[in-house]
Design a protein around this ligand. Structure first.
Ligand code: HEM
Length: 227
């Protein structure tokens, strides 16, 4: 591949990362906000969970909205992981070439974090869906048919809360650096002011989303949110 073509397709891959990443940010923001319903108690939370299944009716069939959302998320996931793997391969190939003499330690550190953090989030997601969605696994052995009770039983189990909090730490770091990378790809870091804004946005998204998600597990374990 010629140099110009290689860099064109690298830009395409980065654009795909940025756009699918933005779709994920919108989803996790909404999901985090929805989770906070747990603070309103059993009935409010379960009503909200049921409401998600009837959203869009009668225009859409039952759970129609949920399936559109799922299809969108699956497409975004395939695109994000494919582009990440392709960029990872490219970076590896580039390193074996002689003319790459300057190695920027700071940027390779954060990109390593992006890769392994991304893998950690993917593993978390597999467990998370087995836990709450595709399968319903109640690690404390209780019932699984009541969304609120399943949530409380899960985070009453201290090691589950630890797993989720570690995953949220990985998510926060991923969002922090990912926002910066996406801003660069989209040409939003060309001035000092724009760079400052992009950095600030990265911090805000990381703290609001990872912090917001962490509240329910912490408050369940602390005995504030109970059955
Ligand atoms: C502390 C953090 C989190 C908690 C407590 C939580 C809680 C839940 C619960 C209770 C459900 C089941 C909803 C239902 O079926 O009514 C669910 C589904 C889901 N969660 Fe999370 N979640 C968290 C973080 C995340 C993160 C970080 C992601 C994405 C990276 C995520 C992605 C999903 C997806 C894709 C579903 C499946 C939705 C569907 O059924 O199609 N969650 N979550």
């Amino acid at each position: 591949m010629t140099g110009a073509r290689a860099s064109r397709s690298t830009i395409t891959l980065k654009l795909l990362m940025a756009v699918s990443g933005i779709a994920f940010i919108l989803f996790v923001l909404a999901h985090m906000y929805g989770n906070l319903k747990a603070f309103s108690g059993h009935d409010a939370y379960n009503e909200y969970a049921a409401h998600l299944r009837t959203l869009g009716e009668p225009l859409l069939p039952a759970s129609g909205f949920l399936w559109i959302l799922r299809a969108g998320l699956i497409i975004a996931l395939v695109v994000h992981v494919y582009a990440a793997a392709a960029l990872w391969r490219r970076a590896k190939r580039a390193r074996t070439q002689r003319y790459v003499v300057k190695k920027n330690l700071a940027s390779s550190f954060s990109s390593r974090w992006m890769r392994w953090g991304g893998v950690a989030i993917l593993l978390f997601l597999v467990w998370h869906l087995l836990n709450f969605s595709i399968g319903k696994v109640n690690v404390s052995g209780g019932a699984t048919n009541d969304p609120y009770n399943l949530l409380v039983d899960t985070f009453d189990t201290w090691w589950m809360t630890i797993i989720y909090l570690l995953a949220m730490l990985a998510l926060g770091m991923h969002l922090h650096h990912g926002t910066w990378s996406a801003s660069q790809t989209l040409g939003l870091t060309n001035t000092v002011r724009a760079r400052r804004n992009a950095k600030a946005l990265g911090w805000i998204l990381a703290v609001v989303i990872a912090g917001g998600f962490s509240l329910v597990p912490i408050f369940v374990l602390a005995g504030v949110i109970t059955k």
